[in-house]
Write a protein of this length. Structure first.
Ligand code: TYM
Length: 403
């Protein structure tokens, strides 16, 4: 189905539904009240059930078996992050693939807000984006929202943001994107390319809508209130660069979705395609939290961590294990709530190895120490290799800059 022009589709009605002045950012869906997902904050326990409710609330679609078959038909395979439902939701990904099959190539667009160093959660959508670039030979716009993070964080000054911007760019390059197909946009540096289109977008969005979609209040600084069109602008930049309507696919975790809702709402009014999205879940932190987060550094693995720190963090991780070895052998453990299990599954295990791990864990034949040791070893190897790539990236920055 071509969803872009389906005005009656309930997929894009979020903005209209909330577009009234009495609205606050309240939960009207069946999402529990302690679940709170915005581009700047994620709170609460996000299990399978709540991800499904988030889709309902945000008006996105599950990645269906038909869609997976379609991807397989085009690429000849299914990426593990789709197969394992880490990417679980989308908007118009089917439409975009139809366009591709009909000869229209698409751009990829993703990004980073440089408020700190990069952890393993950030790089999962980027590794997937690189895979998509390789498979579809797609051009990629990678936006660094240094303005957003300056405006949002009371404690970050412009110098600190500039430092993180530089450090984060090294990570982006270390992911392995193709320089000839990739352009990094740093908002404060490349604003002249974004501003004309951002003002067009801004003119079509009321404060009432922004308030409802992002949860802004009268205490929010006006820089933040005016920021969303800047993150929306790269969705339309490809059409301007290519001088023809150009489809765009955004791989990111579902926290960024509010931006795409307002972007999709104005797209047709401005003569562009609505950007398509593929949404991931969050990589859990090594504590019992839903999302790996820089604000809890002891539970996040950073690409800049020393190997012994990585080891220490992994070995002190929360697991789904029992309080004693005897009980574990008797009752088995719970892989579903274990960050060590998920981390191994998403980054390192084959499908077969992960299934075996799951059942050995459940039956009590696998102890948490074994999984932790394996994860510590694999993460250390990964980080050591990634750091070498980061170092090499220092000489490549200009090749990747938008201009
Ligand atoms: P930022 O810097 O918060 O996050 C960068 C990317 O990482 C994802 N992410 C995670 N994914 C999995 N597990 C986690 N624990 C985790 N934490 C963060 C985010 O969804 C994002 O994909 N405003 C944006 C920057 C931006 C952007 C974009 C992001 C500008 N344009 C286009 C995605 C797409 C931000 O601050 O992202």
């Amino acid at each position: 189905m071509d969803n872009q022009n389906n005005k009656n589709s309930n997929k894009d009605n979020f903005v209209n539904k909330y577009n009234n002045d009495n609205n606050t950012f309240e939960h009207d869906s069946k999402l529990p009240n302690d679940i709170f997902v915005t581009p700047w904050e994620v709170q609460g326990k996000l299990g399978e059930e709540n991800y499904a409710k988030l889709m309902e609330k945000f008006g996105t679609q599950a990645i269906s078996t038909e869609l997976i078959e379609k991807i397989k038909k085009i690429t000849g395979e299914i990426h593990p992050l789709i197969k394992f439902h880490y990417f679980f939701s989308h908007r118009d990904f089917d439409w975009l693939l139809n366009k591709y099959e009909n000869g229209e190539s698409f751009y990829l667009y993703t990004g980073r807000g440089p408020s700190g160093l990069i952890h393993m959660g950030h790089i999962l959508p980027w590794l997937f984006t690189r895979y998509m670039q390789d498979k579809f030979k797609s051009k990629l716009l990678f936006q660094i929202t240094d303005d957003e993070k300056f405006l949002y964080n009371p404690d970050l000054d412009r110098d600190k943001i500039a430092e993180y911007t530089y450090e984060n760019i090294l990570d982006v390059i270390a992911i392995g994107f193709k320089p000839e197909l990739t352009k990094i946009i740093v908002d404060t540096k490349h604003i002249k390319h974004l501003y004309p289109i951002a003002t067009e977008i801004a003119k079509k969005i009321t404060f009432s809508t922004a308030k409802a979609v992002f949860g802004f209040t009268t205490m929010t600084n006006i820089g933040m209130i005016g920021f969303p069109p800047i993150q929306a602008a790269p969705c339309f930049l490809p059409s301007i660069i290519e001088k023809k309507p150009t489809p765009v696919l955004i791989p990111a975790a579902i926290d960024q979705d509010p931006y795409w809702r307002i972007t999709r709402d104005v797209a047709e009014k401005l003569g562009f395609y609505k950007p398509a999205q593929i949404h991931s879940k969050f990589l859990p932190g090594l504590s019992n939290s839903s999302k790996m987060s820089s604000s809890k550094p002891e539970t996040a693995i950073f690409t800049t961590d020393e190997p012994e720190i990585v080891e220490k963090k992994v070995l002190s991780s929360f697991t789904g294990g029992q309080p004693t070895i005897d009980l574990q052998k008797k009752l088995g453990a719970n892989a579903n709530i274990c960050p060590v299990f998920w981390y191994l599954k998403y980054f390192f295990d084959s499908e077969k190895a992960s299934t075996e791990r799951y059942y050995r864990c459940k039956s009590g034949n696998l102890l948490c120490g074994e999984c932790k040791n394996q994860l510590a070893e694999k993460s250390k190897e990964f980080i050591i290799e990634f750091k070498k790539r980061r170092e090499k990236a220092r000489d490549k920055i200009t090749d990747f800059m938008f201009e």
